[in-house]
Design a protein around this ligand. Structure first.
Ligand code: NAG
Ligand code: NAG
Ligand code: NAG
Ligand code: NAG
Ligand code: NAG
Ligand code: NAG
Length: 260
């Protein structure tokens, strides 16, 4: 933000005082953003929220420009800024700063709803001001009616918007959620491909298949062990009378079979 003041030939910095103050909408207290008193910065008066973020571009002063630079801009920086300049005569100006944040990154998630054929699609993003969320299929037919959109304010003053669409999808269609930031007329969107849906279905099936295989293996091993145990018992009965050391041989074979 810039305020201009008249400078003749060369600037006499020792005569210059510049004050920048911010006043937020609906708040009576103004906050000191930056102050230069007779050429020297006055950091103690600076509001802690602007520490390390607000600076006056000193190189520009010699050409009569008092430029306030704010970095890492936040939603709470919005408001009315007063610049007050004293350089052999004083003057002031108000500048209004508006801040918006686009819903740039949309986080998505798809889940199956219990064991129903319905799916839960979730889109979540942060921005400012409040966006409307629309859902549609690839033929641009609206599905917004089945969606539930809620929001919370984050500590940074952003809207954290979550939209949840619960419905039974057509597996041959792709779907999208659209965040419309009306104030800046900006649209961002995220897309759900049916491939992703099929993979959630497939991962469900995959664990089922793994479970079945594991069960089969365990049952097979138990059955083999049982059969071998039974055989060993009958073998023992037949041969116990003759030679004792046969038992240990058959024991070795049993373990060998289980191993196989
Ligand atoms: C600028 O010039 C005017 C007249 O030419 C003079 O009155 C004034 O003192 C000058 N200011 C500075 C800061 O030199
Ligand atoms: C859907 O809307 C988008 C943008 O508004 C447009 O580019 C696209 O052609 C539309 N598709 C259909 C099938 O109408
Ligand atoms: C939308 O979700 C919120 C919180 O999850 C819930 O309290 C509300 O009842 C839901 N509204 C509808 C219409 O489902
Ligand atoms: C936004 O909301 C979602 C879900 O309610 C939560 O998981 C996330 O942590 C929130 N993000 C921020 C920055 O508050
Ligand atoms: C699913 O989508 C395909 C292709 O868009 C369409 O031909 C079919 O009628 C749709 N089925 C249902 C049940 O909506
Ligand atoms: C759905 O999206 C995927 C990935 O973006 C794409 O490959 C596929 O062709 C889309 N399907 C339809 C029916 O448009």
């Amino acid at each position: 933000m810039e305020c201009r003041f008249p400078v003749n030939s060369s600037l006499n910095l020792g005569l210059l005082s510049v004050v920048w103050e911010q006043k937020r909408q609906g708040q009576s207290e103004s906050r000191d953003v930056y102050a230069l008193h007779k050429g020297k910065a006055l950091p103690p008066s600076q509001h802690h929220d602007y520490m390390g973020r607000a600076a006056l571009l000193h190189d520009e002063l010699k050409s009569g420009r008092a430029i306030l630079q704010i970095t890492s801009v936040k939603i709470t920086d919005a408001g009315s800024y007063l610049c007050l300049i004293d350089y052999q005569g004083a003057d002031y100006k108000y500048i209004t700063l508006e801040v918006t944040a686009s819903y740039r990154i949309i986080n998505t998630q798809v889940m199956r709803k219990g064991d129903e054929a319905k799916f839960v699609f979730i889109c979540q993003s942060e921005g400012f001001p409040l966006a409307e969320v629309f859902w549609q299929n690839e033929k641009n037919i609206s599905l917004t009616g089945s969606a539930n959109t809620t929001y919370m304010l984050t500590t940074d003053g952003l809207y954290n918007v979550t939209s949840i669409l619960t419905f039974k999808p057509n597996m041959s269609e792709n779907y999208s959620c659209i965040f419309w930031n009306k104030e800046v007329n900006e649209e961002t969107s995220a897309h759900f491909s049916t491939l992703a849906l099929l993979s959630t279905l497939y991962s469900g099936q995959k664990s089922l298949i793994l479970f079945i295989i594991a069960t089969c293996v365990i049952v097979t091993v138990l059955l083999s062990a049982l059969i071998i145990f039974q055989q060993r018992k009958s073998f023992k009965k037949c041969h116990a009378k003759k030679k004792v050391h046969f038992t240990s041989d058959s024991g070795f074979f049993s373990y060998f079979f289980i191993f196989l």
